[in-house]
Design a binder for this molecule. Sequence first.
Ligand code: MTE
Ligand code: MO
Length: 359
Amino acid sequence: MENTPPPSPFPGLITREQEPLNLELPFPTLTEPVLPANRLFVRSHFPVPALDAATWQLRIEGAVSQPFTLSYDELRQLPATTLQATLECAGNGRARLTPKAKGLLWEQGAVGNAEWTGVPLSALLAQAGVAPDALEVICEGADQGTMNDEPKAPGVIAFARSLPLAKATRPEVLVAYLLNGQPLPPEHGFPVRLVVPGWYGMASVKWLNKLTISTEPYAGYWQTLEYAYWQRHHGQPTLVPVAEMQVKAEIARPALHEAVPVGQPYRVFGAAWAGESEVTSVEISLDQGKTWQPARLLGAAVPFAWRFWEYSWTPAAPGRHTLQARATDLAGRTQPTTHDPDRRNYMINKVASVEVFVG
Ligand SMILES: Nc1nc2c(c(=O)[nH]1)N[C@H]1C(S)=C(S)[C@@H](COP(=O)(O)O)O[C@H]1N2
Ligand SMILES: [Mo]
């Protein structure tokens, strides 16, 4: 029918913003550890650029001995790596902050896990010959626009983030062109994006078209005015770019305010991830955090990917109950009970909490 909109290419995702496109996974619908491309959340700051793989180029320049330009076909001929990576937006969970935070109010689902294929960034850096005094790689996307919230960006800017060389040269950081074995969908960065496993999503620059190797720390819009948080250095709060994902468990089921039958076993289910580390345990509390019981980790640990977990709960009494979940990583780091205001509206990993009705 003429007046019917075309079917959504992202069935079931929650629209947080239409333009630019921002879509969230309804987390209680989680079932598969590797999500199909149309179930991955979408986070964009500008309209999706219409790019053509036949004319796309990646320029590598700056503090290098051999600047060069790479075409899509040339990139696809280089030795490739395939890996899983869980990408979480640094603002995921913002809807749970009080007082109400500024920014998109993501609930639980600005996170997803998928399989990516691409060329290790380290190979391109080696080909360019990075100068001995180089510090960072500034990674720029083809999308552009104006940022009008105060403090405003100075006119039209691109999306760009820098990666310190220590991370940029790790084997897991990919210049990716396949998502679950298929070319990237336009919304996820077609034809080529960066994938930075273990780091919050903003590091994985989509529509990648330029790498500038720099000898100075980059202080661009996306790592100062946005995606930066306070660290206390020398007694002074200092803005630092958001980087590694914090350890976190999310409860998929029961969903918030779900009705759960009394006296029957209920399968509490969710996912947990730990940035560059590994989830070593997930625990559940039914008494506001006084005591914790171990949940069961499912499947095998996959580096940089989330891990599903379950816990069998038989509620004994009707009424309101609060379920809490927390994960711990290999370094013994666990989740805080409150959000540290120094993190501003990013890196939200306070203990997950879901209120349900038993009856
Ligand atoms: N070029 C470009 N890259 C980008 C963004 C963007 O707006 N433009 N958003 C970033 C943010 S904040 C996140 S969380 C991830 C989301 O990736 P996805 O949309 O493929 O899920 O992309 C990152 N890369
Ligand atoms: Mo993000």
